[in-house]
Design a protein around this ligand. Structure first.
Ligand SMILES: CC(C)(COP(=O)(O)OP(=O)(O)OC[C@H]1O[C@@H](n2cnc3c(N)ncnc32)[C@H](O)[C@@H]1OP(=O)(O)O)[C@@H](O)C(=O)NCCC(=O)NCCS
Length: 177
């Protein structure tokens, strides 16, 4: 499965992406803004494990962000269950050498369309550490709004940070069960 943008393409990750994935992920500046289950240092074997973990996802929710078919980051959706089953969380990261090229903005747009038009979700949201202005800006450029600020929600690298929930709603949502 592929989602095509102007500058980037989102596609499934395959085993041969592992070295490139680890190369970009093995960076404290990336780790500083993601959850602690993200390995650091990030080794090629961590990438192989990750690609293996997601290979049977149904529906498919995790995509490599690629330029010229080379992986430069990852974007994924995490479906919720029970009474939260119609909303979906999104997370993403890019290799530092590809920051500020508009890639996150485009990837977020493609994933939001996928969440709304293919997965038929009512809401997509992102849990951003409040100091992450680049991420908040990329979300705002895609029509996401600040939904809440959760005080001291995150304990990362030895200190508390607020979390800013950013969300976008699907007005064409078709109610199911
Ligand atoms: C946050 C991140 C995804 C942004 O990706 P990106 O591809 O650089 O973002 P874009 O190029 O689409 O930029 C979006 C906007 O944010 C701005 N921006 C990007 N990085 C910024 C920064 N560090 N500080 C302030 N503004 C920033 C850009 O200028 C752009 O705004 P503009 O078009 O008005 O100029 C990337 O820096 C990253 O992967 N960081 C580490 C992991 C992470 O934070 N993941 C997100 C967790 S919620």
């Amino acid at each position: 499965m592929e989602l095509l943008g102007q500058k980037i393409k989102l596609r499934r990750l395959v085993k041969s992406d592992a070295d490139q994935l680890a190369y970009h992920a093995n960076n404290p500046k990336v780790f500083a803004n993601v959850r602690d289950f993200f390995p650091q240092p990030y080794l090629p074997e961590n990438a192989v494990e990750f690609i293996d973990l997601i290979k049977d996802e149904a529906p498919y929710c995790t995509f490599g962000i690629t330029t010229d078919n080379t992986v430069v980051g990852v974007i994924g959706l995490v479906p919720n269950t029970d009474v939260y089953r119609h909303i979906i969380e999104m997370g993403y990261w890019l290799g530092e050498e590809h920051w500020s090229k508009g890639y996150a903005t485009e990837a977020i747009g493609l994933m939001t369309d996928y969440a709304f038009n293919t997965l038929n979700k009512r809401k997509i949201y992102c849990c951003v550490y409040a100091e992450n202005t680049g991420s908040i800006r990329a979300l705002e450029k895609n029509g996401f709004q600040k939904e809440a600020v959760l005080k001291d929600q995150v304990f990362k690298l030895g200190r508390f940070q607020d979390e800013q929930r950013m969300a976008k709603w699907n007005d064409n949502f078709q109610a199911t069960s």
